[in-house]
Design a protein around this ligand. Structure first.
Ligand code: UDP
Length: 234
């Protein structure tokens, strides 16, 4: 597999073409942003850890029947992925109150939710990734009805699988973000699943093992990512 030209650079990752038109290389950077890039920094070796953590999680989900864009690891910072037409949506699944849910609705962090919450955000940095509902998505033709039904079902299945996966590692999955793409008529789970995109609390201690350590200046950021990598590698 030959790496070709850069086709996209985001805040945390770079995509490169390859000599196969169906495949891309996804490169994970150490650059870290939050609050829509209002806060920026570098987490040493984060790219390496997130690449490996995402690979483990995609491999697990594939074994459980979830189709993902992941093909294989290329090296420490890069994975080979299937090229997909990305939907302009971020799908957030919440099991406990944290982050923007607490800020927007004034509920205490850690509040247990009666049922999981699914949220959709339009991927648009200029607009601050605004929350949209099914009516916005339908009325503005952001995604098809069929895709939205499939996404809801997949997001809940992934939540069920990942909650169990992390509980076995003594970690509670508080919330996370998913992105999907269309590939040859099929929806694929894309992007990454890592401590950058999930809130992960150690069971018992409540220790934060995710990007909240960076958002809230809690220190020991690299150690937390490393801890997640060690646990998912067990
Ligand atoms: N999230 C993400 N990318 C985003 C926004 C959110 O990966 O652009 C993840 C975030 O890490 C958390 C979940 O989605 O696990 C819910 O995020 P929230 O809306 O609470 O974000 P906050 O504004 O607190 O960063």
């Amino acid at each position: 597999m030959k790496k070709a030209e850069k086709i996209y650079e985001g805040k945390g990752k770079i995509l490169y073409a390859t000599d196969d038109p169906d495949l891309l290389i996804q490169y994970f950077k150490d650059d870290t942003t939050c609050f829509n890039a209002a806060k920026r920094g570098v987490i040493e070796k984060k790219g390496i850890m997130n690449n490996k953590i995402s690979a483990k999680i995609f491999e697990y989900l594939e074994t459980m029947g979830v189709s993902t864009h992941y093909v294989q690891l290329v090296n420490e910072r890069e994975m080979l992925i299937r090229k997909a037409e990305m939907l302009p949506l971020e799908i957030v699944v919440r099991n406990r109150a944290a982050g923007s849910l607490c800020r927007n609705l004034g509920v205490p962090e850690g509040l247990a939710l009666e049922c999981s919450i699914l949220e959709y955000c339009l991927k648009n940095d200029r607009l601050n990734d605004p929350l949209v509902n099914n009516d916005h998505i339908r009325a503005l033709k952001i995604a098809s009805e069929k895709d939205m039904e499939a996404i809801k079902e997949l997001a809940l299945l992934i939540n069920h699988l990942l909650t169990k996966f992390f509980l076995r590692l003594n970690v509670e999955l508080i919330d996370f973000k998913l992105e999907f793409g269309q590939c040859k008529g099929k929806l694929l789970l894309a992007d990454e699943i890592s401590p950058d995109t999930c809130r992960l609390w150690e069971v018992g201690t409540g220790a934060r093992l995710d990007k909240d350590r960076f958002r809230q200046d809690l220190g020991h950021i690299e150690e937390a990512y490393q801890e997640v990598l060690s646990r998912v590698s067990r």
